[in-house]
Write a protein that binds this ligand. Structure first.
Ligand SMILES: Nc1ncnc2c1ncn2[C@@H]1O[C@H](COP(=O)(O)OP(=O)(O)OP(=O)(O)O)[C@@H](O)[C@H]1O
Ligand SMILES: [Mg+2]
Length: 221
């Protein structure tokens, strides 16, 4: 489903050029679950952003269903991100002024669903993550694990084929993170969701089909 070839990314800073990803190759089959592990600063988040078309590489390609996503027009890329990919960001808080339901409705509204349809889909996925009793709470009124589940619900509301989750259990206690893991297992079984998860947890990594390691911009499978 996804073929990453020779993917490199460098950033130009006032202290010179930083090479963050170095000729990364990776193949991901539909329905596969991959854990990306590696030290802080190794390039994991940068890789996730490129896989989901949130950033452009310096060189190399990402083919998704046989199309190079970096050849898409800006509009096509927006549509790809909205319809095919769900993101759970490492540092991307929910919108604090909006309720759980409204946060989860957002991608559906952006995807031009009617408010009614978006509300229906959003409450379905919030129910699937066990938050049917928290629809009208704002993020500040939710626990960390509940906020993380809202973020996962938001990433799934468009029924993406690919879920990119950057530290979905970061900062959660082991019971709550077990709950998130069980949720990912369930979604994988039910929807044959393809999952790429960045994690520092050996337990989370151990539950995936494959583990790949990033070391200083290089990927070892
Ligand atoms: N926009 C940017 N400009 C310059 N350097 C950047 C930029 N984004 C990331 N970097 C650098 O790229 C390297 C990799 O960053 P990245 O966020 O991918 O690491 P990571 O593996 O996700 O780390 P962590 O586990 O701490 O989240 C870091 O050294 C970082 O400083
Ligand atoms: Mg990161």
């Amino acid at each position: 489903m996804i073929a990453v070839r020779n993917l490199s990314k460098s950033f130009i800073t006032d202290r010179g050029k930083i090479e963050v990803l170095k000729e990364v190759d990776l193949d991901i089959r539909a329905g596969e679950r991959i854990a990306v592990v590696g030290a802080s600063g190794a390039g994991k988040t940068t890789l996730m952003h490129l896989l989901g078309g949130l950033d452009r590489p310096t060189s190399g390609s990402v083919h998704f269903a046989e199309k190079n996503i970096f050849h898409y027009s800006a509009q096509e890329l927006d549509a790809f991100r909205n319809r095919s990919v769900g993101f759970v960001f490492q540092f991307h808080p929910l919108l604090p002024e909006f309720t759980a339901l409204e946060n989860v409705m957002m991608p559906a509204l952006i995807g031009r669903s009617s408010a009614k349809e978006a509300g229906k889909k959003a409450s379905e996925v919030l129910t699937a993550v066990g938050l049917q009793h928290r629809l009208d709470h704002k993020p500040g009124q939710l626990s960390g694990g509940e906020q993380q589940r809202v973020a996962i619900a938001r990433s799934l509301v468009m029924s993406p084929k690919l879920l990119l989750a950057d530290e979905p259990t970061g900062n959660l206690d082991s019971t709550t993170s077990d709950g998130i893991l069980a949720l990912l297992d369930h979604l994988h079984a039910e929807r044959d969701l393809t999952i790429v998860v960045v994690t520092h947890s050996e337990k989370v990594a151990g539950r995936m089909d494959h583990i790949v390691r990033m070391t200083d911009g290089y990927l070892e499978s």
